[in-house]
Ligand binder design. Structure first.
Ligand code: HEC
Length: 223
């Protein structure tokens, strides 16, 4: 549970689930150094190279437009759903208990989403979605840990990343680097780094015949 804008809610976004929403203001401020009404001070405030420029660099209305844009983005449709190898791979996904954290189906809250300017988007409510995530923190073992705790997350804890859309990462971004620090160079490496609560899945996966492992990876590529 985290408190943002005075409201205590469940953390949903960020590698350690430390934000309640898409936090457009934080993205502008900490990722690209654009000050705004919620974060008016530069990240480098107090350092010697800092100039006296105290002007707010993006208006609340512009941020609300970005917020609306992000809320209206769709998810790519799955591909090759009737392929027999892909169907086998989906079975293997359940066989290896991946779905216990990478939850295939969730429903959005009835009231829909609210933008940072207070606009309600009721049509985003009561939707059936397939994010392949429970959006919860899990202890993934010390090998994945970064010794850094954030809010209530310990160094070894990470929020399950949604897997929807991941099959298009290579086409869109030109690489298949995964996990919070991009250490995994492909799907198999990403699975083989699962420790802690994910260790059982890693073991079931590594004991599968190669054909089943390949099928599971092919299934992931259709998401
Ligand atoms: C105990 C919960 C849990 C289980 C079970 C689990 N995962 Fe994960 N998975 C995670 C978490 C948490 C991460 C993020 C770890 C990190 O970034 O260091 C992750 C990351 C991944 C990633 C990388 C995603 C990305 O965008 O970087 C893939 C791929 C993945 N898991 C696939 C699987 C598959 C396939 C299985 C079953 C063989 C599985 N996971 C089982 C929790 C789980």
């Amino acid at each position: 549970m985290i408190t943002e804008r005075g409201v205590t809610k469940m953390g949903l976004s960020g590698h350690k689930a430390s934000h309640a929403d898409l936090t457009v203001e934080l993205g502008f401020f900490s990722d690209i150094g654009v000050t705004n009404d919620r974060y008016p001070d530069e990240v480098s405030a107090g350092q010697s190279q800092m100039t006296d420029d105290t002007e707010i660099q993006i208006s609340t209305q512009d941020m609300a437009d970005v917020d609306f844009y992000m809320h209206s983005l769709g998810v790519p449709a799955r591909r090759l759903v009737d392929d027999s190898v892909v169907i086998r791979g989906e079975e293997m996904f359940y066989e290896a208990k991946c779905q216990l954290c990478h939850t295939p189906t969730l429903h959005t809250k009835p009231e829909g989403a609210t933008l940072i300017d207070g606009t309600n988007l009721p049509w985003l409510g009561n939707q059936t979605i397939h994010p392949y995530s429970d959006f919860l923190l899990h202890d993934m073992g010390s090998e994945l840990g970064d010794n850094f705790s954030q809010i209530t997350a310990t160094g070894d804890e990470w929020r399950t990343p949604p897997l929807w859309g991941m099959g298009l990462q290579e086409i869109v971004n030109g690489h298949t680097d995964f996990l919070h620090d991009s250490r995994a160079r492909n799907y198999v490496e990403a699975i083989m780094w699962h420790g802690g609560e994910g260790d059982v899945s890693r073991q079931i996966f590594s004991n599968m015949p190669k054909e089943d492992r390949d099928a599971l990876v092919k299934f992931l590529k259709t998401l």
